[in-house]
Structures are given as structure tokens and as C-alpha cells.
Write a protein that binds this ligand. Structure first.
Ligand SMILES: NC(=O)c1ccc[n+]([C@@H]2O[C@H](COP(=O)([O-])OP(=O)(O)OC[C@H]3O[C@@H](n4cnc5c(N)ncnc54)[C@H](OP(=O)(O)O)[C@@H]3O)[C@@H](O)[C@H]2O)c1
Length: 356
């Protein structure tokens, strides 16, 4: 009998790629989200709302699974609201999963904002780089901490083991999700090719010149697969990054080349995409027509605000992977290939235009 995992938030960037990794490893994968959004190969998709316990009982009734990967969140106006809503989402899901099945292991995906602070207190008291799992919590409210506490309490109550994954910005396939820098840059590049506008790095000088890293969502999937089965990974939190540091001033020209557009000259200050991309939907409609692309709007594919927030940071952000490596997870990922593989996948799926 294959092992069965329930991936919660399966159409999102972390969920889709984790589901793919677990399916490729021979697992039966149940994938939960509120809407179907698109077909996911190798996944039995079920609909349920983690804010509605009754819908979860209906979705999970009669389904047996031993593992859960929780990869969903809901952005609220304030961190106080984020804490209330996002911890309830996890608590509801774990309670319903416990009613449906006997759980062995639950993996929770949070992020490096564990060390940076939440969006509305971003970098106010960041931890020191490189971020290490041994560093304590910041003295600011953060829904990730509440989710961890819900996880720890339910693990104790139900008797399952847990792992927490803290990725940096995720690069990978997902369509119409809330935060996706890879797809956003692909859309930005295609728009610049179409209009002749310069493909300018939109972020801060600190991000352009400082050391940073990223997380390929496929690597996150493989890391979650590992932590879900490796005895030494039980009840541990892990950073999840590609294992390669870089500076955006080095990577930007390579990303530009992969998108077939010249890299524009950096103006010395941030030029946020939000606001600069007001024409995007109109230009994109022309590209959809000209290249017979899938009928998305640019504003459905791109998350300008999120790429602005990440590339506009004024503090250094990168994470250490020694803990995972010392426990036997040696996987790593070339960052430029995170982008080139994604762009190829987006072209194959007719989401962005071909290069010629
Ligand atoms: N994206 C990044 O670059 C990034 C980087 C680092 C950390 N993270 C963290 O990773 C975690 C997962 O984020 P993500 O970016 O992968 O999320 P995402 O791409 O926005 O996907 C969210 C998924 O959850 C589903 N969902 C949303 N609300 C739901 C609800 N009430 N009930 C059931 N399903 C629901 C969505 O589908 P429906 O809307 O159809 O329900 C979708 O499948 C978050 O903690 C995030 O902060 C993300």
C-alpha cells in the first residue's frame, strides 16, 4: 500500500510542488483547496475550506491518510488578524484530519519571515544573517509563531510527529496564487519585450548588492518529503533554501537573458512594479491574442506587491542549511536553473509567449 498524504493548499506554490514531489516518490496524494483552479497530475483533488470545519469533515470523510502537509495561509489587514485567522485555519484542519484518520506526521510550511518579522513589522528587529533555526523568536507578533504553537499542541494531543519548513521567496510553478516572484518576473519580462520598456531591477540597492538566496519550490517539495519520513527530522524546524547565495546584481542580467530582454540600467533607487504595471492587463491581452496563450490577465498571474516587498527589503536575508545537511538532507538547487526551468514550463503551458 502506498503511503497517503493530504496536501492542504494544493493549488498554491508550496502545495503544488510538494504534491508533485510526493507523487513522484510513489505516494498517494490527496490535495485540498477551496476551488479546483487547475488539474494537478498525480493528485486526487478535494474541496474544502479550512475556515469551515463542516466542509473539512465532508471533504475528508472516508479518506485515510497518515501524513499532512499544511501549505496555506490567508493574508489579513493586520498581524493581529493574521494571527487569529491563520492559527484557526491550522487548528481546524488538524482537528478535522484527526477525526478522519490517525496521523503519523504533519509538516507545516511557514517562511523566513520567522526571522524577518511579518509584513507590517518587516525588518523592524530582524535576526542576524545567516538565519539559523537555533535563533529564538523575535519580540514581535507573528502568525507563524502561533501556527507553530498550534502544531506543537496538536502533535502532543494526537501523538503525531511534526516538522516545520521555513523557505525564502519561492520560485516555481503555480498560477493565480498570492505570492509568486518567478511568474511575476516572467510576466514583467514579456511585457518589457512587447513594449520596449527597460527590464529594470525594481528593488532596493541593499537587495541589488547584498547577499541573498531563494528557494526553488521543487526543492521545498523534496525537503518536505524527506522530513516526513526521516526519523532524525522528527519534531524539528528547518530552513529550506537552494543552498546557493548570490547578489541580484549578478543574477538580474541572467534572468533578463533567460527572458530574452536586455537588463535595464539600475536607477539607484527602488522603482516598484505596483503602479508601474497599470498598463499590464491591456498589453497582456494583446500577447494572449498574438501567441494564443492561456486566457489569464497579467494581474492574475503577477503578484507585483509581493515582488516589490521582497526585492525592496533594506536588510540582508539568507539562511543556513547546516542543520538539514548534518541530518542527511544534501539536496541543493542552482538558482538560475530555478528560473530557466520555470520559464520553460510557463512557455510549454502557453502561459507566457515563446522567445521567437
Ligand atoms: N510564496 C512564497 O514566495 C512564499 C515564500 C516563503 C514562505 N511562504 C509561506 O508558505 C506558506 C504557503 O504559502 P503559498 O505561497 O504556497 O500559498 P499560495 O500559493 O497562496 O496558496 C494557497 C493555497 O491554499 C488554498 N487556500 C487558501 N485559503 C484556503 C482556505 N480557507 N481553505 C482551503 N484552502 C485554502 C489556495 O487555494 P484556494 O484559494 O482555491 O482555496 C491555494 O491552494 C505560507 O505560510 C507563506 O507565507 C510563501
Amino acid at each position: 500500500m502506498p503511503r497517503t498524504v493530504l496536501v492542504v493548499g494544493v493549488t498554491g506554490i508550496a502545495g503544488y510542488n510538494t504534491a508533485q514531489a510526493m507523487s513522484a516518490a510513489g505516494w498517494r496524494v490527496l490535495g485540498l483547496s477551496r476551488s479546483h483552479r487547475y488539474d494537478i497530475p498525480g493528485v486526487e483533488q478535494v474541496r474544502g475550506d479550512v475556515l469551515d470545519p463542516e466542509s473539512l469533515d465532508r471533504a475528508l470523510q472516508g479518506r485515510e491518510f497518515s501524513h499532512v502537509v499544511f501549505t496555506t495561509w490567508s493574508r489579513q489587514e493586520t498581524e493581529a488578524e493574521n494571527r487569529r485567522v491563520n492559527s484557526a485555519m491550522l487548528a481546524n484542519l488538524l482537528a478535522a484530519a484527526g477525526r478522519a484518520s490517525t496521523l503519523e506526521h504533519v509538516a507545516l510550511v511557514t517562511g523566513l519571515k520567522h526571522y524577518l518579522g511579518p509584513f507590517d513589522a518587516y525588518g523592524e528587529a530582524p535576526a542576524d544573517t545567516p538565519f539559523r533555526e537555533s535563533q529564538g523568536r523575535l519580540p514581535v507578533e507573528n502568525f507563524y509563531y502561533d501556527q507553530e504553537d498550534v502544531l506543537f499542541a496538536e502533535a502532543e494531543r494526537q501523538g503525531f510527529s511534526w516538522s516545520v519548513h521555513r523557505p525564502h521567496t519561492l520560485i516555481g510553478y503555480a498560477l493565480g496564487n498570492v505570492m509568486n516572484m518567478g511568474v511575476t518576473l516572467a510576466v514583467y519580462g514579456a511585457l518589457c519585450r512587447a513594449t520596449g520598456d527597460p527590464f529594470v531591477f525594481p528593488g532596493s540597492p541593499e537587495q541589488l548588492n547584498g547577499i541573498t538566496d531563494l528557494t526553488d519550490a521543487r526543492l521545498l517539495g523534496r525537503h518536505v518529503l524527506w522530513s516526513s519520513t526521516e526519523p532524525r527530522a522528527r519534531n524539528q524546524a528547518f530552513n529550506t533554501v537552494n543552498g546557493e547565495v548570490f547578489r541580484w546584481r549578478q543574477l538580474w542580467p541572467q534572468v533578463a537573458e533567460a527572458l530574452g530582454v536586455p537588463a535595464g540600467e539600475y536607477p539607484g533607487h527602488p522603482t516598484p512594479l505596483e503602479g508601474r504595471m497599470d498598463h499590464a492587463d491591456e498589453v497582456w491581452a494583446g500577447l494572449v491574442e498574438a501567441y494564443d496563450l492561456a486566457p489569464y490577465k497579467a494581474s492574475e498571474l503577477a503578484s507585483w506587491w509581493h515582488t516589490d516587498a521582497d526585492l525592496g527589503r533594506e536588510m540582508e536575508t539568507f539562511a543556513d542549511m547546516t542543520k538539514s545537511r548534518s541530518l542527511g538532507f544534501l539536496d541543493h538547487q542552482s538558482t538560475i536553473e530555478s528560473f530557466t526551468d520555470l520559464f520553460a514550463q510557463l512557455r510549454d503551458a502557453r502561459i507566457i509567449p515563446p522567445l521567437d
